[in-house]
Design a protein. Structure first.
Length: 405
């Protein structure tokens, strides 16, 4: 137990070394490494052709805990990305929602003294549509149905039976408030005797660059498409710092450049709504008082055009009506594309080229269609620097020529 490099002396020095040994700090450490995991969440678990949300990333976790109350943790996620796909054919239907980025979380704490957390994110690029939101909402509902058990009649009967209790239990309930009051008085006295511990708290978030593109995929408009952007939000050098949120919270947010653009469907160009702007936001909270202050050395230029308002209001109205009207319908009716057969004859339709995927469409009937193959081909090639990538869809009647749509 003694230091091997220290020469042995008399009994007095050995006793001192034992005292030092008692004060020595012990450490518990652990490391976890996961390479190329794939987490897949199905939208409709009972449907073999259901759409799914996939998450892929490499994960490294290191943790240290010391006997003196210190704790350190480090989490690294590299090439973190989100996809959606058709579960039966993921190779051809992978649609990128969040492009690959790196994420690091560092955590440090000392018991009853300090807590620090740092989050660092590399270039974040997300291409998000309304149909993606509906799919995530369906996945959330499916998981909640699995986690939260449905209410049964037994619970109501048990509650009613418990309400009709014996006189002795009623007497006990009358005595309970008096006991609770004495317990509260004792708790207040003990809380007053304890000294209030003030911890130092600090958290930071840093992001090199951010680009979020919302896609106008509501099919109520003639210009709507799964690949036409609605709004583009851009920013770089985002920094967030917060401290002492348990007592007197202080926070600061700063961003190097921030801008918002909308897609003009008449000109097929991205036009600025908020031009490049640098800002800083400070916030503080003392008791019930909360204050926020936004400062900038530059003028804020906001462009509100008729085209922007018309597109925004129209899109929001279609999203709202579609979301609330289709919630009560069958789960398979939550599609953005339907094939309506008005030819007067039976039509066989399929996308994958496999005979087992052929679907017969009767005259004057419609079937839902998920064209993830086309969406994957275009959205994965989406260039965040360009305004619009036009795509075409063609059909071919058996033995005839192609007809572009």
């Amino acid at each position: 137990l003694e230091d091997p490099h220290k020469p042995k002396t008399d009994a007095t020095s050995s006793e001192l070394s034992l005292d030092v040994q008692k004060k020595r700090v012990s450490k518990l450490s652990a490391e976890v490494a996961i390479r190329d995991p794939k987490i897949c969440l199905l939208e409709f678990p009972k449907d073999k052709k259901s759409k799914a949300l996939m998450l892929t990333s490499s994960l490294d976790i290191s943790f240290e805990s010391f006997s003196d109350g210190r704790q350190n943790a480090l989490v690294k996620m590299e090439n973190l990305q989100f996809f959606k796909c058709r579960f039966s054919n993921p190779q051809k239907t992978l649609v990128s929602i969040v492009r690959p980025f790196d994420l690091t979380v560092a955590y440090r704490s000392v018991a009853n003294q300090s807590l620090e957390a740092d989050l660092t994110i590399s270039d974040f690029k997300m291409l998000f549509s309304y149909q993606d939101f509906k799919m995530i909402n369906s996945i959330k509902d499916a998981w909640l149905a699995l986690i939260i058990p449905p209410k049964t009649e037994g619970t109501s009967s048990s509650s009613s039976s418990s309400s009709s209790s014996s006189p002795s239990s009623a007497l006990a309930t009358q005595e309970a408030p008096a006991k609770s009051k004495t317990a509260e008085v004792k708790k207040e006295t003990t809380d007053k005797e304890k000294p209030k511990i003030i911890m130092q708290e600090r958290a930071t978030v840093k992001m090199n660059a951010m680009t979020i593109v919302l896609i106008d995929d509501c099919l109520g408009t003639e210009e709507a498409s799964k690949f036409v952007p609605l709004i583009s939000i851009n920013g770089n050098e985002l920094a967030v710092e917060a401290s002492d949120w348990s007592s007197e919270m202080k926070a600061r947010v700063s961003m190097g450049r921030f801008s918002v653009h909308h897609f003009n469907s008449l000109l097929y160009e991205l036009e600025p709504v908020i031009e490049d702007w640098t800002m800083a936001v400070t916030a503080s909270s003392v008791g019930k008082l909360f204050s926020i202050n936004i400062t900038s050395k530059e003028m804020l230029n906001i462009n509100v055009s008729q085209a922007f308002l018309e597109t925004l209001v129209m899109t929001l109205n279609y999203w709202k009506s579609d979301f609330y009207d289709k919630l009560a319908e069958d789960e398979h009716e939550r599609h953005s594309v339907f094939l309506l057969n008005e030819t007067g004859v039976k039509v066989t339709f399929w996308l994958t080229g496999k005979d087992e995927d052929k679907r017969l469409v009767e005259p004057h009937t419609k079937i839902p269609v998920d064209i993830l193959e086309l969406e994957a081909a275009d959205r994965n090639r989406f260039d965040f620097a360009t305004a619009y990538n036009q795509s075409h869809l063609s059909i071919r009647l058996e033995g005839e020529q192609f007809f572009p749509l």
